[in-house]
Write a protein that binds this ligand. Sequence first.
Ligand code: NDP
Ligand code: 8X3
Length: 250
Amino acid sequence: MLVDKTVLVTGASSGIGRACAEAFAAAGARLLLCARRADRLAQLAAGLDTEVHTFALDVRDRASVEAAFAALPPAWRTPDVLVNNAGLAAGLEPLPQGDPEDWERMLDTNVKGLLWVTRAVVPGMVEHGTGHVINIGSIAGRETYPNGAVYCASKAAVDRITQGLRMDLLGTGVRVSTVDPGLVETEFSLVRFHGDDERAARVYEGLRPLVGEDVAEVVVWVADRPPHVQIAEVVVFPTAQASATRVHRA
Ligand code: NDP
Ligand code: 8X3
């Protein structure tokens, strides 16, 4: 059912977003891909066997988001599926020692960026009477863990926005879902620890984490249900994880 559907993935240059692009392409969808690193998007697009349109976008910049979507060729302007994936964690410190610059990056990207993209895309879906917004939340939006208050708050906001959007779109034909992963080995921890790759690797030590492809498979499944079926929420953990703070390491 995804053949010839248009799927927009934000943050498609890495990790879960990149894997979603590959999985939707394999399912026959055409792709609209954005992130800040346009070179990576171009490389990805070159290897995908489907029609792809890429554009550089910093989701934090509201004016750029509005302009970028207004400038899309008409055939690309209203995707059938929006995967709101762009996001990050920055820092892992007790709140009194946290860096306000990190807080701003997280809140501006994970919360406000998601809102700007949603606001730019969803009215067209409503006009068409069909569409699907799939937000990438996190277990961090359901449970707070020590030293992660602001990241957890940003993902809790995503959860509330998901619920609110679903209510506000009731009766329009547009579906709203969230996919909330636990530990996924991507560039996430490298970004969180500001490029410290040893510290990033320790996050996944002694366990088999999810990879982007595991999450992408779930996202495609959520998108591929019949039109009368709306998967509201999916939580997906590695087998070695039971909660945000309960992880089994060999
Ligand atoms: P990666 O760091 O591998 O990918 C993050 C993606 O987000 C990149 O493509 C990056 O692109 C993009 N991005 C970041 N900031 C911006 C911005 N300002 N504007 C546009 N794009 C941006 O991490 P993941 O794949 O793991 O993360 C994807 C999502 O999954 C995030 O929302 C994250 O919170 C969530 N998540 C991750 C989990 C994990 O354990 N990895 C678990 C649960 C949720 P670029 O830098 O090119 O702009
Ligand atoms: C990413 C998963 O547990 O590092 O959202 O917050 S976690």
